[in-house]
Design a protein around this ligand. Sequence first.
Ligand SMILES: Cc1ncc(COP(=O)(O)O)c(C=O)c1O
Length: 389
Amino acid sequence: MPQHPITQAIRIQTPRTDEMEHSSPLFLTSSFCFDNAEEMRAAFADETDDNIYSRFSNPGVQEFTDRMCALEGAEAGFATASGMSAVFASFMSFLKKGDHLISCNAIFGSTHTIITKYLPRFGIEYTYVPAGRPQEWEAAIRPNTKMIYLESPTNPGLDIIDLEFAGKLARKHALLLNVDNCFATPVNQRPIDFGADLVVHSATKWIDGQGRVLGGVVVGKKELIHELYLFCRSTGPSMSPFNAWVLSRSLETLDVRMERHSSNALYIAQQLENHPAISWLRYPWLKSHPQHEIARKQMKNGGGIICFDLKGGVESGRRFLNNLNMLSLTANLGDTRSIASHPASTTHAKLTEEERQAVNITPGLIRISVGLEHRDDILSDILQTLDKC
Ligand SMILES: Cc1ncc(COP(=O)(O)O)c(C=O)c1O
């Protein structure tokens, strides 16, 4: 019987060296040696899978990638330096001049910049479709459409997109379905089970889980990942062996960490839902979430992010952040330490007011990345600052 993915994420390991180490060593080397010219020739001719150069092959990076593939149920993967290099590689490996991309409109700010500023420079067109109304997506498909791109849950508005619906739509029109699974993580949601061809991650977030290193990964079907590998081999957005070593260790605890992040987040969301300073609060595991039923269908738990709107708008947002005692004000999410952010003035500041409104980023929107501190300490810090909003 094959091992459970959770076990594989712990037990897949680089072959033990003569030193008989228990935990994987760090292969901090730029290149690898060959015993003779013939071995080197065969490696370059792809006749063997010997490591050559860490821009495209390193045992520790491969260990991290293999663990991610086991968790996502993917055939193959390629690890990158950051989430954004994973997203960019997933576009540039499969889209060319004259192609059309359909993307849900609620996406991470830098992904928005790639789609609207850089892809058009290469002659790649795009159409944004509403995250909350997937029934409108089919009408946006054109003869030259090649890919559907989405995040679920979306950042920061926590829209949940029906992955089964998106998978069927992509199949019907022979399009690639590319899903950013950063917010859910593979222990909580596996887009490939619903028909995704490619899954991208910022490993910087929950996968690292402790705010230490940047990383990204793309996983999917073998032949697609081979294309992406060829793009990355030549263009060089590779993951550092050191970061791979850190992230690979992190995967061993991802499942237990996500369970606690999610239970802490659910508790805090329940306590805050009817707070008088808040006009609305979103958390996928609350019945009040507009796509709660879809979340229950495709996720194992609600994840670690809560967002809510302060009735007092921008000014209240500032007061909320300025009066926090424990929660950190920082650009990251998915850390052991709880983090508060104000997307309208930071991660999504490059969007126009109109674009922000279209994806529910109100002036008073606060995003909380719920950490692993005791839930009562997180809640009491939020409650005391809400009193001052
Ligand atoms: C959903 C999502 N995708 C991609 C990224 C980019 O990841 P990175 O910062 O590792 O480049 C982020 C960063 O916050 C994100 O939230």
